[in-house]
Design a binder for this molecule. Structure first.
Ligand SMILES: CC(C)(COP(=O)(O)OP(=O)(O)OC[C@H]1O[C@@H](n2cnc3c(N)ncnc32)[C@H](O)[C@@H]1OP(=O)(O)O)[C@@H](O)C(=O)NCCC(=O)NCCS
Length: 158
């Protein structure tokens, strides 16, 4: 599987924004597709964090994941978050998300990131539990959805 960052393929921004908007956009009243595209502009820089990774198959984008800085004010000590994990429906169930997340975590490690948090609606952690994330507290997401917060410690990059 080939992976590109959004900064390496900025022309894919509308495609990724469409995935996110169609999956989660409807949960935030007033949120538009244009808003979704604008939110991705923070990833348009070279070789730095935050980072958006895109999986490519035969030169077509099929999945994405983000390593981002948490936008909320609470828990300022929880700096780095995995989010926006999306795989096109026809490619699901073949460990693509797992492979993509591992690739993103290796990149994070080389940027000196030591711990990565996430929030998931799967209370047992789903695929994240298998990838080394440990459950922390439950919270209510700003959209009202109950989520489980999880944390993974990364090894020091050699
Ligand atoms: C979740 C998703 C990225 C998984 O992609 P994938 O390539 O099929 O993932 P993998 O093959 O590596 O792993 C599949 C596992 O993910 C689990 N999973 C599905 N949705 C999940 C979620 N929201 N959180 C955690 N795990 C999830 C499945 O239960 C499956 O577990 P199983 O193998 O025990 O059945 C994909 O289903 C998707 O894009 N869903 C819509 C967007 C979404 O919900 N993203 C996750 C936000 S936390």
């Amino acid at each position: 599987m080939k992976f590109l960052t959004l900064s390496q393929a900025p022309q894919l921004m509308p495609t990724v924004a469409r995935w996110y908007f169609d999956t989660w956009g409807g949960r935030v009243p007033g949120h538009t597709f244009e808003d979704e595209q604008q939110r991705l502009e923070v990833f348009l820089h070279d070789n730095a964090l935050p980072m958006l990774l895109i999986a490519m198959h035969d030169d077509a984008p099929i999945a994405a994941a983000q390593l981002k800085f948490h936008e909320r004010n609470e828990n300022l000590n929880r700096q780095h978050w995995l989010g926006g994990v999306f795989v096109c429906p026809q490619y699901r169930g073949h460990q693509l998300a797992s492979e993509m997340i591992e690739n993103l975590m290796q990149r994070a490690s080389t940027h000196g990131v030591r711990e990565v948090f996430l929030q998931t609606e799967h209370d047992d952690g789903g695929l994240y539990g298998r990838l080394g994330w440990e459950p922390l507290e439950r919270q209510t997401h700003r959209t009202g959805v109950p989520v489980r917060i999880m944390r993974r410690v990364l090894p020091l990059a050699g």
